[in-house]
Ligand binder design. Sequence first.
Ligand code: BG6
Length: 489
Amino acid sequence: PFQRNATIVVFGASGDLAKKKIFPTLFTLYCLGSLPQNIKIIGYARTQIEPDEFQKRVSAHFKTTDKTRPKILPFLQLISYISGQYDTDEGYIELKRSIVKHEDTVGSSPSSRYRLLYLAVPPTVFVTVAVQSKKHLYPPLNEGQARLVVEKPFGRNTSTSNELQEYLKAQWAESEIYRIDHYLGKEMVKNILLLRFGNVFLNAAHNKEHISNIQIVFKEQMSTEGRGGYFDDMGIIRDVMQNHLMQVLCLMTMERPVSTSSEDVRDEKVKILRAIKPITLDDVVLGQYGRSENSSKSPPKPAYTDDQTVPDTSRSLTYAAVRLFIGNERWDGVPIILRAGKALDESKVEIRVQYKAAPRGMYYDLPRNELVIRIQPNESIYLKINNKLPGYSEDITVTDLDLTYNQRYPNIPIPDAYEALLRDCLSGNPANFVRADELELAWKVFSPLLDEIDQNENIKPEIYPHGSEGPKSVNQFLRDKGDYKSTMT
Ligand code: BG6
């Protein structure tokens, strides 16, 4: 599916995202033979860096094995670096020269050639680069295609996001814009639709008659250290909930699409987003991490506000639990609970579907069935079922039907999310990217709540100890709001 001749321009090439994610991923794809045959990669940023130094920086984060190490040098030969401003023409003119030179050298037919422009730049220059790129780097009519790859943050509420999208849309066609939500590149997330719609028994019970609640849980041990400046303006709801967890929610709750085509799938996601009811303050627990509790084993870990770049009085959220409802025939009345937090006791992302209790009579108060899809770490799907203890015992036990990937598929490596998504950009498949209407609707779900939290200084997050399970009141919240019978997991 790969067109043979591509130029990739990475804007923001000296930044963290480029260094830690984009270049290492391109290197992995190169080793796998998954890059187009004739490829040129150009890094572009404001910083003046000597070519040698740039190559050193780029390769610092490559994941290598004995087999791939010899490929580093030939890969680096495909890369060049141009330093220039984002808002003036000179740099783009030089970029264009370099792109055209590559295209002319390989001399492929225009129909098999494209330019992939990856905007790994700060939000402040995002629009400028998109506009300048269109002006200078867009291929002339019938002489190949262009794709623009963009990453969050897409604004910080509905109006700022819409404004940004308007600028983009004025220059670029929707089909040319690849909005990355890297959760859509994760193996288990890509598996959700097949799991639901390809398994008759799961699909038959996937509704309000059989499901008590669905939880989507994102837990991270990592704190915000070093990212305080960015994070403080965003908070956890904007950082992971409005995007990553909402995408997972859509896939878990949408109706069966007509086909697997990107438009059919995204049309169904949009319907779910439109059916989500407004979230009130009564439906949330908000938290921020404080210092860790005293322990004789390790030194105390800092509070969020101990970060130099965070104001002492910050009310920014590092934890949120949100209950929402979907007003449609399938889900009416079923609580969907999203939980996301940083500086917690463990790192884990999973979806938990808790079924209703089995009817009483023959048996009483059986534990409920639960379907768990563990997105990370250690991908797995397991179903908690009630089972007779073998032998003469009449005892009932809860056990797991367990599909743990590293046991079932020990020899199949699981691609990193960026790897999967960059592959999709290169082959021109937009299915796992966010369409403009999805983005807008996902903001609409959270914007009123976020605006209210921003404006009302009396709303203060509950402080939880760094490295703990999260705010104390979450357990009660789950019992009251989630019809959830176990404690936090
Ligand atoms: C990013 C957020 O989008 O996702 C980070 O900005 C978060 O704060 C990260 O840590 C989580 O991604 P992953 O792939 O590590 O679960």
